[in-house]
Design a protein around this ligand. Structure first.
Ligand code: ATP
Length: 231
């Protein structure tokens, strides 16, 4: 992302944001409410349109998961994952999931296996726990052929154990499978524990970039209580 600018009316939300996420790393975006984190990710997947700047996805597709998980709760898990691969199907087949082709179902099963939920494929999505549903959402993103995975507050609705499981999955997808993973979090401690790098946004500008292990309390104050920290 290079020189990204975005305003809503007269409010500038992104004011020249540059960053990159390499294959094989997990980058966490931190920043106070309204600092522009979600907008930056949304621009990458086309949910928001930047006013200026460049976004380049070097390989595969970019797909996004959200705090609100958006599964079809009454459908089974595998159909939800297959839905990630719908872009490759003619419309008539995409509307009749019974006709999901075998190769798509096999791909979806492999993605579910990847997130540790192959044994829940036939269960109704709504019967899974929040953490399991978030892992299904990740499987759906993988089934879209994502090599760039964006996650907007993926663990905000989860209890600590489920949050850790989802974060560990994101780490594995980066480190073991070589995806480029960027996650917005509101928990600096989770960023310290799981991320490779942290990018901090303040009022639509990058205020810090650091190795996660070196994220200090002063850095955190600079993002969340900037009036207490000299610029
Ligand atoms: N569709 C929109 N229309 C108008 N304003 C918007 C829209 N989307 C975002 N904004 C504004 O852009 C600013 C940044 O929002 P954004 O959601 O990117 O911040 P954030 O850092 O992700 O915040 P949070 O941590 O609260 O989710 C906010 O002031 C928000 O009100």
């Amino acid at each position: 992302m290079k020189g990204l600018r975005k305003s809503f009316g007269d409010r500038t939300v992104l004011n020249g944001v540059d960053f990159e996420v390499r294959a094989g790393e997990l980058v966490v975006l931190l920043g106070a409410n309204g600092s522009g984190k979600s907008t930056a990710l949304r621009c990458v997947v086309g949910l928001a349109e930047a006013d200026a700047g460049e976004i380049t996805v070097h390989s595969g597709r970019a797909a996004m998961v959200f705090q609100q998980i958006h599964l079809v709760r009454r459908r089974n898990v595998i159909d939800n994952v297959c839905a990630g691969g719908l872009a490759g199907l003619p419309l008539s087949r995409s509307l009749t999931p019974a006709l999901f082709p075998r190769d798509l179902r096999e791909k979806a099963m492999a993605c579910l296996d990847r997130v540790g939920l192959a044994d829940r494929a036939r269960d109704r999505a709504g019967s899974l726990s929040g953490g399991q549903q978030q892992r299904v959402a990740v499987a759906r993103a993988l089934c879209q052929g994502a090599e760039v995975l964006l996650a907007d507050e993926p663990v905000s609705a989860l209890d600590p154990a489920a949050a850790t499981q989802v974060m560990e999955l994101l780490v594995e997808l980066a480190h073991r499978d070589g995806l480029a993973v960027a996650a917005v979090l509101h928990q600096p401690d989770l960023a310290r524990r799981h991320a490779d790098r942290v990018i901090g946004l303040l009022h639509g500008e990058i205020r810090l970039t650091t190795a996660a292990a070196e994220l200090s309390d002063v850095d955190i104050d600079a993002l969340y209580a900037p009036d207490r920290v000299p610029a």
